[in-house]
Design a protein around this ligand. Structure first.
Ligand code: AQP
Length: 340
């Protein structure tokens, strides 16, 4: 494979209600990768993805700015990382069209997220929802990104991104797109609902008690953790002892991810505790971490013009990378007339 600049890309939909799963599974790890300084980092609000299901236009604009504020409040520095809104960098959608013509219908039909989201009503789902993974592949490959930190739920889409890169390279006899590596690691790659340890914590769960929102205050966080479903047994001192106890395991994973400790370290500290003792410790830790982020988000939201300036500057920097990659793609495919 050709040598590619080590570059991280990841994104999140501006569809409201950011939660602890988004923070621990994605944002916190993005900040770590930015701060490690080993890769260029590009972080995106994927509004083109959000509109694959109906979005009220005013709410979409507000959620996009709120997400941008969330990224910055979580520690993404718009100087050190490139911070963009997807629709402001047109090469994402342009490359997606090429990939729509590379990817196969059968590949898309196998995507579990498509099956879950379209459900029994697939005939009525948007074409965009079906093609979502090809746009995601374009988001990543239009930067020649080498690494994509995501939660566990995105694994299949990243495999498809690699399949698209391989097929494009093979069809055109080139070594142009990298085979991007997913980065799915740490204790919180799949944060579960606080009400049901078999379901992912998710913004679309009708119960607000199932998730900790990034804007929840300390009282709301404590209340949700106090009421989180558990079992009557005390905590074991080894992680294997949590087998068959998904709710308990979830709370331990959250504690490990929030505190930056390994699950084994957490188990040795909490082994033997009852939940009545464990939960207040977890609530305090969650409030200490999430409280300042929520407060900083609201402060940043007061200056929307500044958010718009940050995004415009991010788009300018992004296009320095994406425009030449798209131009070269068009040349490989045999498209002329763009002057590139
Ligand atoms: N529960 C989770 N645990 C760990 N990581 C998670 N992510 C989402 N939920 C969890 C990660 O957050 C990033 C943003 O993904 P997205 O914008 O596609 O959001 P989403 O997956 O649509 O978020 P929800 O809450 O799960 O939405 P619905 O309810 O619509 O399905 C990704 O890196 C994702 O892995």
């Amino acid at each position: 494979m050709a040598d590619f600049t080590p570059r991280v890309f990841s994104g999140m939909q501006p569809s409201g209600d950011l939660h602890l799963g988004n923070y621990l599974g994605a944002m916190k790890r993005w900040v770590d990768m930015q701060n490690a300084g080993t890769h260029e980092t590009v972080y995106c609000m994927v509004d083109l993805h959000a509109i694959t299901v109906w979005q009220d236009p005013k709410a979409l604009a507000a959620a996009t700015r709120e997400l941008c504020a969330g990224y910055i409040a979580a520690g993404i520095d718009p100087e050190r990382s490139i911070l963009i809104n997807q629709s402001a960098v047109p090469e994402h959608a342009q490359l997606a069209w090429v990939f729509n013509c590379v990817a196969r219908m059968g590949w898309m039909q196998r995507m579990t997220q498509w099956k879950d989201k379209a459900g029994k009503n697939a005939q009525n789902a948007s074409l965009g929802l079906f093609a979502y993974p090809a746009l995601m592949a374009a988001d990543i490959l239009v930067y020649h990104a080498t690494h994509v930190p995501v939660g566990d739920d995105q694994k299949q889409h990243l495999e498809l991104t690699r399949d698209i890169a391989i097929k494009f390279n093979h069809d055109f006899g080139v070594d142009f797109f990298p085979e991007t590596e997913p980065v799915i690691e740490g204790a919180a790659t799949r944060v579960m609902s606080l009400r049901d340890g078999s379901k992912k914590m998710s913004k679309s769960d009708p119960s607000d008690m199932s998730r900790i929102n990034m804007t929840d205050d300390a009282d709301a966080i404590a209340n949700k953790i106090r009421k989180a479903r558990t079992d009557p047994e005390p905590l074991p001192s080894e992680y294997v002892g949590l087998a068959g106890r998904p709710e308990a395991r979830n709370l331990v994973n959250i504690m490990a991810a929030l505190s930056g400790r390994s699950v084994d370290q957490v188990m040795s500290d909490v082994g033997g505790m009852q939940f009545g003792q464990f939960k207040p410790q977890l609530a305090e830790l969650a409030a200490e971490t999430m409280g300042p982020i929520g407060a900083e988000m609201s402060r940043l939201m007061d200056d929307q013009a500044e958010i718009d300036r940050i995004l415009a500057r991010g788009a300018e920097r992004a296009r320095e990378i994406t425009a030449p990659i798209l131009a070269k793609t068009y040349e490989i495919v045999g498209m002329v007339g763009s002057g590139a």
